[in-house]
Write a protein that binds this ligand. Structure first.
Ligand code: SF4
Length: 159
């Protein structure tokens, strides 16, 4: 039986592919300060959450693109939501949103966060953010790749 686990060469190739999206020093984005991103998973398959995690990893050098991951909502400018918004997660979403400083923006990452995706009709979810509130940016996909997510964030930052 063959072994399909990714070997070191495959992982290295994946890292090199991702690194192509890492801006060089001369193309780094310079803003007064980095845009703080807080990520909240609200109930899906977590595929989108893992893609955001990949974007925040070393291969993409997120800070050179003008963003930084923050672990506390009080430090966040944008809230990135993944998942279909289960009823159990609504209080958490409200709490995180209220803790963020004025000027905050909401970004839906992935089909579940936009409109519930494949979970839209499930009794346990509210079916994403689009029908519920104002969303500054929707990044579709199931899941969107880290590159898709980065492009969506850059487009929003350039508005
Ligand atoms: S959009 Fe797709 S990949 Fe993302 S959480 Fe939903 S089912 Fe998973």
């Amino acid at each position: 039986m063959s072994d399909h686990r990714p070997g070191p060469v495959t992982l290295l190739q994946a890292f090199l592919d991702a690194s192509r999206w890492r801006p060089s020093a001369e193309h780094s984005v310079r803003r007064d300060r980095l845009i703080g991103l807080y990520v909240l998973e609200t109930g899906g398959c977590e595929g989108c959450f893992m893609e955001v995690e990949a974007l925040c990893g070393s291969a993409f050098a997120l800070e050179r693109s003008g963003f930084r991951r923050v672990m506390d909502p009080v430090d966040a400018d944008w809230l990135l939501v993944t998942g279909a918004l289960t009823r159990n997660c609504v209080d958490m979403l409200n709490r995180v949103w209220r803790e963020m400083p004025p000027g905050r923006s909401l970004v839906a990452v992935g089909g579940c966060a936009v409109d519930g995706g494949p979970f839209a009709t499930n009794y346990a979810v509210l079916g994403g953010l689009r029908a519920l509130t104002a969303v500054r940016r929707m990044i579709p996909g199931c899941p969107p790749s880290p590159q898709d997510i980065l492009l969506g964030l850059q487009e929003l930052a350039e508005r």
